[in-house]
Write a protein that binds this ligand. Structure first.
Ligand SMILES: [Zn+2]
Length: 319
């Protein structure tokens, strides 16, 4: 019998969100039900829980990245994930050239500029959307959009330290017009790289400072939107509730960069905190926590196993 080779799709927070005022510590897991999504050779999906204390053990068995397929949007509530027919190497991010071209979710970014969309994608885009301002552990702040049903989940997957909703828009076209406006006039970026988020989590700024940065940026965006000559939206003032599971990663306790490359080798650790796709990992034999950027194993092929990551030899010197 051979070990099953899984293709890693990434970290997903698809569960029910956290809400302001709920006391998360009373629940076994507080919100979002985060998982590492794996694709089996037969095409089925398996979800590995990344809830507090989950154990993750795997070996990266293939040196390159493979295509994750593409998305077809049928309506606001239904979309299909189509596996890569060729099982091709990933050359455009996590996709092969063919799947990149076929991916409908790519088209939604041009819809507000007059781009053509399929009827299913139009149905998806015509639902309510939210505009948010998110601040990350290093203080970088971005503007972004989320569809109504994924209002909370989108920010959980982004791994924000603090975030605020600034507008509720009639549809996905209006929200992207507002997003471009905030970028052009308030200077907020629309993209924060995954590596930058992981780097910032090695030395996160104090929570009060990040909250203040976010409050200021959100207030600036709202003031701008209040005078915008665009129909179909309301300015809103609402906080995003960060999952309690992300708390330790955004806390003040010292931590270290994960010492092993994730494109090869065997890895095993306990997940003690998770923010977006970044985990605070506890390695066997030490209490020192390490930041692991799990987005680095997306599109890689792994075999699951009871492995333990080696504690770096320089551990003494690190403290
Ligand atoms: Zn493909």
């Amino acid at each position: 019998m051979t070990d099953t080779r899984y293709l890693v799709h990434g970290v997903f927070w698809d569960g029910v969100g956290a809400f302001p005022g709920t006391h998360a510590s009373t629940a076994a897991h507080d919100a979002g039900n985060p998982v590492l999504r794996l694709q089996s050779p037969a095409g089925g999906f398996r979800q590995l829980s990344l809830q507090p204390h989950a154990r993750l053990g795997f070996e990266v068995v293939h040196p390159g990245k493979s295509c994750l397929g593409h998305t077809v949007v049928h309506s606001s509530t239904r979309r299909d994930h189509i596996l890569c027919a060729a099982g091709a190497p990933a050359v455009r991010g996590k996709q092969c050239e063919r799947c990149f071209v076929l991916d409908e979710s790519r088209l939604m970014h041009d819809f507000h500029r007059g781009g053509r969309v399929t009827p299913g994608l139009r149905d998806y885009l015509m639902q309510e959307h939210w505009l948010y301002v998110a601040t990350f552990a290093g203080g970088t702040t971005k503007v972004g959009t989320a569809s109504g049903p994924r209002k909370w989940n989108r920010l959980a997957e982004q791994g924000a330290a603090a975030a605020s909703y600034v507008a509720r828009a009639r549809d996905g076209r209006v929200v992207r017009i507002l997003e471009d406006l905030v970028t052009a006039q308030a200077g907020l970026t629309q993209q924060v790289r995954s590596a930058a988020k992981a780097e910032a989590l090695l030395n996160p700024l104090p929570a009060a400072e990040l909250a203040a940065v976010n409050t200021r940026a959100a207030a600036g965006a709202r003031a701008l939107l209040a005078t915008a000559a665009v129909d179909g939206f309301d300015v809103v003032e609402e906080q995003w509730a960060r999952p309690a599971h992300a708390g330790a990663l955004h806390g003040a306790a010292p931590r270290h960069a994960y010492p092993h490359a994730l494109d090869r080798g065997r890895h095993g650790f306990d997940v003690s905190s998770l923010s977006g796709a970044n985990a605070l990992a506890r390695l066997d034999g030490t209490d020192a926590p390490f930041v692991v950027n799990l987005s680095q194993i997306a599109a890689r092929t792994i075999v699951l196993g009871e492995y333990a990551s080696a504690v770096p030899a320089l551990q003494e010197a690190l403290f």
